[in-house]
Design a protein around this ligand. Structure first.
Ligand SMILES: CC(C)(COP(=O)(O)OP(=O)(O)OC[C@H]1O[C@@H](n2cnc3c(N)ncnc32)[C@H](O)[C@@H]1OP(=O)(O)O)[C@@H](O)C(=O)NCCC(=O)NCCS
Length: 153
């Protein structure tokens, strides 16, 4: 029976992570951007399915922390594992880590059209604090970015 585990992302995960990113995002980060993130000190976490010692990355999160504030920079669940509760479990793990590290504010930015992600974040109590007009490139033109914050968790 496969087990779900969460662990730190390593550079060896980047091919799988980049594949999920490409499958999930309209304007995906490149492998080089993930590598730059490692060098900049971003924290990457992966959710894996462990099947008798064979791991498959199902989703990941990238978090940047400065002092007692964290920012969620990227968050994806592979399409083949979406809507099965893994996004919720990965977010629960990320927020538990933040709590253990005494983080007082967690912020993130999301495309205004991204209903699944917004529903997920709001279900954890994230509140919209601002909007950045035309922040993201879209398939046609630009779209707004919504900034969400969680400060009691
Ligand atoms: C957003 C995302 C991470 C959710 O992951 P997931 O594993 O499918 O989410 P879960 O199955 O744990 O669902 C958790 C909650 O998210 C919301 N949700 C997930 N998929 C949804 C959908 N298609 N429509 C509406 N709400 C949805 C619901 O609130 C759901 O809770 P519920 O099942 O109690 O209704 C996933 O859709 C994804 O990777 N999307 C592409 C990448 C992306 O947009 N990342 C966010 C960038 S800011």
């Amino acid at each position: 029976m496969a087990q779900l585990l969460f662990r730190k992302m390593t550079k060896a995960d980047l091919p799988a992570v980049t594949k999920i990113e490409n499958d999930c995002q309209s304007h995906p980060w490149t492998l080089l951007q993930f590598l730059d993130g490692f060098n900049a000190g971003h924290h990457g976490w992966v959710a894996c399915q462990d099947n008798a010692g064979r791991e498959e990355v199902m989703g990941f999160a990238i978090v940047a922390t400065v002092l007692d504030e964290s920012m969620l920079l990227d968050f994806c669940v592979s399409p083949k594992f979406q809507q099965m509760g893994f996004g919720k479990r990965l977010m629960t793990f990320i927020l538990e880590r933040a709590r253990a590290e005494n983080i007082v504010q967690f912020v993130l930015e999301v495309r205004a059209s991204n209903r699944p992600a917004i529903a997920l974040y709001e279900s954890f109590g994230f509140k919209k604090i601002s909007a950045r007009k035309d922040y993201y490139p879209a398939k046609i033109g630009r779209e707004d970015g919504l900034v969400y914050s969680l400060s009691s968790f």
